[in-house]
Write a protein that binds this ligand. Structure first.
Ligand SMILES: *Cc1c(COP(=O)(O)O)cnc(C)c1O
Length: 229
């Protein structure tokens, strides 16, 4: 677990991130309300999440199914309005747990997983919204479908399997300027007729908002330094 910041500092950080989102949106003629702030609480304990909830934050992101399972059921019992997003890789054998726990799954990136999700949603009667993760930098070690395969994969997920597809998600390469990746993701989403764009993290969420992000995933700028990425 990472060392949590004091609650008042988390509240101040949230205010600052919200202000910056609003400014970035206004600069390009968007409404701040078009952007959902996903507070990424991975590696932080429930007390950090409680501090964010007390400061009005409702949407959270986690990158590991097991960690989220340990943390969120109790939080959810106290905060019915909480919305939880899976933003990390999902193994097919964790599909049932993910469908049961998350409201949004942002990391759909291969056919086997898409089929497992469709089966599991049918079985559980729960339909978390999905994003297709796109490997915009075509990095071999990174998850996500290649840009050139995105349209076909979206057709499979949405039209053939009937997954509730909300949009596309990307994590640009660390060493690249992010804007071209955000622009590419926006173009791919438009080509597929998808509205949702999950892009932008602590270092680049303002640029992402200016390029059309509907969801920004912000961790360290809210909760502080983590002891793992
Ligand atoms: C950890 C993580 C984030 C948040 O990163 P910060 O730089 O701390 O804002 C966003 N997206 C994904 C997929 C992550 O794993």
């Amino acid at each position: 677990m990472s060392e949590p910041l004091p609650p008042d500092e988390i509240a101040r950080n949230l205010d600052e991130v919200r202000r910056r989102i609003e400014r970035a949106a206004t600069d390009v003629g968007r409404e701040a309300g078009e952007v959902t702030l996903v507070a990424v609480s991975k590696t932080f304990g429930a007390e950090a999440v409680e501090a964010a909830l007390a400061a009005g934050q409702r949407v959270f992101g986690e990158n590991r199914v097991q960690e989220a399972q340990a943390k969120f059921p109790a939080l959810r019992a106290r905060h019915r309005e909480l919305e939880l997003h899976l933003i990390g890789p999902l193994q097919s054998n964790k599909t049932a747990d993910a469908v049961a726990l998350f409201d949004v799954i942002q990391s759909v990136d291969r056919e086997k997983l898409a089929r497992a999700l469709a089966r599991e949603m049918e079985r559980q009667g729960r339909r978390p919204r999905c994003f297709v993760q796109v490997n915009t930098g075509e990095e071999p070690q990174k998850a996500g479908v290649a840009p050139a395969d995105t349209a076909d994969f979206v057709r499979l997920c949405r039209d053939e399997l009937g997954l509730p597809l909300a949009g596309l998600m990307c994590i640009p390469p660390l060493d690249d300027a992010p804007a071209p990746h955000f622009g590419l993701l926006r173009q791919l989403a438009a080509d597929c007729g998808l509205d949702g764009l999950s892009m932008g993290m602590s270092g680049d969420y303002e640029a992402a908002v200016q390029l059309g992000a509907t969801h920004v995933r912000v961790g360290s700028a809210i909760f502080g330094r983590r002891d793992r990425p």
